[in-house]
Design a protein around this ligand. Structure first.
Ligand code: LLP
Length: 395
């Protein structure tokens, strides 16, 4: 666990008076940060006329967030029928919705066919054949891209790297030509692109360079067989600075898009698609929780919050760091283990962290929780799901 003590103590700005009237725990979304991030995406991706950005809905499907992202013109990248539905309901145009996932069910495929989505990112031949069969029954032709496993490692947590040969995702590079040929034989699918995704929370730009090199290699291989596709989709994965959300509210999108522009060779007419999740929404969100008790142990003291891992599971599941701030105290710092109320020892948000002296009733913010926070919440222990509020609602 990392302590806050190495980080300059600038706190975020929050409408604390409003917070006092809301039942905790809840998610708070700073829409100025979200809008600034979306503006940066528009500006930086907009420098290259063939770049198309989708938002990975899995990061946060709160309808209030989806609406703003849709208004900014991003497409939707979905991994379930439920996400396709959430995107349709949020008003994303059908032709901007892509759907990936290793285990798409017939029901999910049918729903997506009914909505004429832009593209299915297909992960196996059996899945391709099912999509073809279901499309035929509806007298439609489904656009398909193949998710190729590029066998490129990413410097991130083992549970969130997805592009290695040992992962369950995608079609292996050796089988790429075979699946394309199979698609060409089938009448109700049309091969339109290649899809890749190497992992998440990637801050090492060289990982993306490695992906670009692999895509170039594969494209050259296909070129020799006169196969050229319309779209290349490189997935998402750009990380955010969990340690300094106040200093770096917007991730380094300029460098990210520039890396792809510099290293990925597109053929004339090809478009390059991105599926960013965390980079879009992580920094705008905080989990706001109240201190229920401050408990002194023999050698340490605990700040016991009313939020636990059912509300934000990332620390328990991935040993992820979320910066914590005591919003309602300016007293001298003391050292705390910040924990939740669940009867499991993994219900710890951060150990040995220096925070302004805590009292019962203080409000804590767990920062950078906009991505994979609210959406991963569960009702474990019959707890209510946390609600989400935006800064625009709390003025
Ligand atoms: N595209 C595909 C095919 C993906 O599998 C993912 C994320 C993304 C795009 C978006 O990646 P992002 O830009 O957010 O890195 N729950 C974990 C993260 C799991 C990410 C899974 N795939 C966490 O809390 O860190």
């Amino acid at each position: 666990m990392v302590s806050n003590s190495t980080i300059p103590m600038i706190k975020g700005t929050f409408p604390i008076n409003k917070f006092q009237q809301i039942e905790t725990p809840f998610y708070y979304y700073d829409m100025a940060v979200l809008r600034q991030t979306l503006d940066t995406i528009r500006q930086e991706a907009g420098k290259y006329d063939n770049f198309v950005v989708h938002y990975a809905v899995k990061a946060n499907a709160n309808p209030k967030i989806l609406r703003v992202i849709r208004e900014a013109g991003l497409g939707a990248d979905c991994v379930s029928g439920g996400e396709v539905r959430a995107s349709v309901e949020a008003g994303f145009p059908n032709n901007k919705i892509v759907y990936a996932g290793v285990g798409k069910t017939d029901k999910e495929i049918n729903y997506s066919l009914d909505h004429d989505i832009f593209c299915f990112n297909v992960e196996s031949i059996p899945e391709l054949e099912v999509i073809n069969e279901l499309a035929e029954a509806k007298n439609k032709v489904a656009h398909v891209a193949f998710r190729i496993n590029p066998d490129v490692g990413a410097h991130t947590h083992a549970n969130i790297t997805t592009g290695l040969a040992e992962n369950k995702f995608g079609i292996s590079m050796e089988d790429m030509e075979t699946v394309i040929e199979r698609a060409n034989e089938l009448k109700n699918v049309k091969f339109v692109g290649l899809h890749f995704h190497i992992g998440s929370q990637i801050l090492e730009m060289n990982d993306f360079v490695a992906l670009c090199n692999r895509v170039n290699e594969l494209q050259e291989r296909l070129m020799k067989r006169h196969i050229i596709c319309e779209h290349i989709n490189v997935g998402g994965g750009l990380g955010v600075d969990y340690h300094h959300p106040n200093h770096f509210p917007v991730p380094n999108l300029a460098e990210y898009f520039a890396v792809y522009h510099k290293h990925l060779r597109l053929y004339p007419g090809q478009t390059l698609h991105f599926e960013l999740g965390r980079a879009v929404v992580a920094q705008c969100g905080s989990l706001i929780s109240r201190v229920t008790y401050v408990k002194k142990g023999t050698n340490k003291q605990f700040a016991i919050l009313d939020a636990g891992f059912p509300d934000l599971i990332r620390p328990a599941l991935y040993q992820a760091y979320h910066r914590i701030e005591n919003l309602t105290s300016d007293e001298a710092e003391e050292t705390y283990d910040v924990v939740g109320p669940i009867c499991e020892s993994s219900d710890v948000f951060l150990k040995a962290v220096d925070l302004n002296k805590a009292h019962r009733g203080d409000l804590f913010a767990l920062r950078s929780a906009g991505a994979y926070g609210e959406i991963m919440a569960s009702g474990y222990n019959c707890r209510e799901l946390p609600k989400g509020y935006t800064s625009e609602e709390l003025v």
